[in-house]
Design a protein around this ligand. Structure first.
Ligand SMILES: [Cu+2]
Length: 202
């Protein structure tokens, strides 16, 4: 009987030691593993953010090139039309500056969009102004690039109408536009189909 107890005691001690060692081994190994993964994630994150900013600046350069090429192509007629519009509005007296910004993280999520229950991805989403007001459009979203492009967007099919276009604005960049004709001016962001706003010019 004593021998049986002795054997049982050995088995219990043996298995307890094995379990303890195994737990120690697993937790050590696991901790090292997690640590290495965390390092890897951090380095991938910094790679992603540097890729993002290089894509953003490539996008802006490509857009600027295309935009100046477009301007060069249509410059004779656009000169003529700008003379016409300015002469028809010589009696505009109001020059109140009005500002529109972009909502923080509006490029990452559709949550800001009115149809999904938000207050709009531009702020204010509906701006009222008078003919002759200086309208300042600024990308106030610190997390992404945006545009204010006049026209409408249906799903991912944009229809720019050429009334104004800020082009790609980096965070903090601004664009000024002074309406010379009253009316409703819908606009959208060429990068984020859910980002739309309206300027009502009286
Ligand atoms: Cu946008």
């Amino acid at each position: 009987m004593k021998l049986l107890y002795a054997v049982l005691a050995l088995v219990v001690i043996g298995s307890a030691t094995t379990t303890a060692y195994f737990t120690y081994y697993t937790s050590t190994y696991h901790t090292t593993d997690v640590f290495q993964l965390e390092n890897k994630v951090a380095s991938l994150e910094s790679e992603i953010s540097s890729l993002k900013s290089s894509v953003a600046s490539d996008l802006k350069n490509a857009y600027d090139d295309g935009y100046s090429a477009g301007i060069a192509e249509q410059s004779p007629s656009s000169n003529a039309s700008s003379i016409n519009t300015s002469s028809s509005n010589t009696d505009a007296v109001s020059t109140i500056p009005r500002t529109i910004g972009t909502v923080e993280k509006s490029g990452y999520s559709t949550e800001c969009a009115v149809p999904t229950g938000g207050d709009g991805c531009y702020t204010p989403v509906n701006l009222s102004a008078n003919v002759g007001d200086k309208i300042i459009m600024t990308n106030t979203d610190s997390t992404g690039v945006h545009s204010f492009t006049s026209g409408t967007v249906d799903g991912f099919a944009p229809s720019p109408d050429g009334k104004f276009d800020t082009g790609i604005l980096m965070s903090g960049d601004s664009f000024e536009w002074t309406p010379t004709v009253s009316g409703e001016y819908p606009y959208y962001c060429m990068l984020h189909a859910w980002q739309v706003g309206t300027i009502t010019v009286n």
